[in-house]
Design a protein around this ligand. Structure first.
Ligand code: PMP
Length: 432
């Protein structure tokens, strides 16, 4: 609409050229409710993007906002002084911690962003192991700060900012489609590489500090590793006495239909990052859950100003309650399956779809051209077409050729059905 166009034009003039906004899609936001947003021209969109998987309980969830208003009227910031909200949130996180961490869990607030939690994870690993080398994975995304960029497995995002952390080695992440290998072979290959990095006396890391991995890669293209990979990493971390850290910033907090993606694989990390949906309705808040054996820091060893956002903490507590009270994990599992089977139906008659991936409402659909090469142009065109017809979808993958759906977990069957009809039509038009 005209008002959206105007705002976008102004943004282009005064905002940074670095804003991540798809070219040529004039949609501004004015109001969000549940899984929909309205632009200033009065058009409504079904939001399957949700601020990159942040709004798990929906835009402006009223149950969360009620507590937000109450808390904001009373107290907003304390740094590390105790508050009810802080302790409530840590206790709730302990309740929903994966089996191997439950009852032995500690939580340290990272700060506002996921990148902060990643920095905390790197520090925790180094502090406890005494090492300095980190194992990360190709295609991984961990954030924008220097440590997080160092372990991100995407050259384009970091090549202009070197030197970064020196001793980081990237191992392959087993993605059968990307590597053209059968799943078991992809897993064996990745684990052999990790083992060599850790144990080969003629290569690899001199002083390993830890291993950081997304249990399901997000920016990398919603890549669900085959069975055996995460367990293999678990065993190698234990054998080499270094912490295994899962980055659950995008995959966690109910996204996959379990609280944490690691639960799909029955593998427990020593530490795991959380952010994005943790702040309830989009308040910036992140942290690191870790096994109490790693709680060796002295007072003040890991500190920072924005560790006391009481409103965000209160929002996080309410978001956990809301997900529990409305059985949204089961809903996410079921609706995710339905959406994936709709894509499977589309793929039956459309060769452009190479693979449909994900768990729960963490969904990726990979597109390739007639030569089997990544086809980002088609995904761009599908995204624009969807926007024009009232559905917000996003992209992922190192080649941008994965259509990414990370909708609010409150997305209804009815809205999902409408959205899928629009997406199917867009694919028909753009990937004929
Ligand atoms: N880790 C993962 C897995 C992520 O998806 C992201 C954000 N997309 C981050 C870390 C960084 O979080 P933030 O953008 O809040 O710094």
């Amino acid at each position: 609409g005209p008002r959206s166009r105007e705002l976008l034009e102004t943004q282009r003039q005064i905002d940074s050229s670095a804003v991540a906004y798809p070219e040529d899609i004039p949609v501004a936001f004015e109001e969000g409710k549940g899984a929909t947003v309205r632009d200033p021209d009065g058009n409504t969109y079904i939001d399957l993007f949700a601020g990159i998987g942040v709004l798990n309980v929906g835009h402006s969830n009223p149950y969360v906002l009620e507590a937000v208003h109450e808390q904001a009227d009373k107290l907003v910031h304390t740094i590390d002084f105790p508050t009810e909200a802080r302790l409530d949130l840590i206790e709730r996180l302990n309740e929903i911690a994966p089996p191997g961490l439950k009852d032995q869990n500690r939580f340290v607030f990272g700060g506002p962003t996921g990148s902060d939690a990643i920095e905390a994870a790197i520090k925790l690993a180094k502090y406890n192991s005494g090492g300095d080398g980190l194992i990360a994975f190709r295609g991984a995304y961990h954030g924008t700060s220097s440590g997080a960029m160092s372990i991100t497995g995407n050259k384009k995002l970091k090549s202009n900012y070197t030197p970064l952390l020196a001793d980081v080695v990237h191992a392959p992440y087993p993605s059968p489609t990307q590597q053209g290998k059968p799943p078991q072979e992809a897993v064996d290959h990745a684990l052999e590489e990790v083992k060599a990095i850790l144990e080969d006396p003629y290569g690899g890391l001199a002083n390993p500090a830890g291993m950081i991995v997304e249990p399901i890669q997000g920016e990398g293209g919603i890549v669900t590793p085959p069975e055996g990979f995460l367990q293999g990493l678990r065993d190698l971390a234990t054998d080499n006495d270094i912490p295994l850290v899962f980055d659950e910033i995008q995959s966690g907090f109910g996204r996959t239909g379990e609280w944490w993606a690691s639960e799909w694989y029955d593998v427990t990390p020593d530490a795991m990052t959380t952010a994005k949906a943790l702040g309830g309705v989009g308040f910036p808040l992140s942290g690191l859950m870790y096994h109490e054996d790693l709680d060796t820091w002295g007072s003040g060893d890991h500190a920072g100003t924005y560790r006391g956002h009481v409103v965000a903490m209160r929002a996080g507590v309410r978001a956990i309650e809301y997900i529990q009270d409305h059985d949204l994990l089961a809903h996410a599992r079921q609706l995710g399956e339905e959406i994936r089977s709709r894509f499977a139906e589309i793929a039956d008659s459309n060769d452009a779809i190479a693979e449909i991936r994900g768990k729960g409402l963490f969904i990726g659909v990979e597109f390739t051209d007639e030569n089997g090469q990544p086809d980002d142009e088609t995904v761009d065109a599908i995204q624009t077409d969807c926007f024009e017809h009232g559905v917000l979808v996003w992209k992922a993958g190192p080649h941008g050729n994965v259509l990414r759906l990370v909708p609010p977990l409150v997305l209804t069957e009815e809205l999902a059905d409408t959205a899928m009809t629009i997406i199917a039509d867009a694919i028909d038009r753009q990937a004929a």
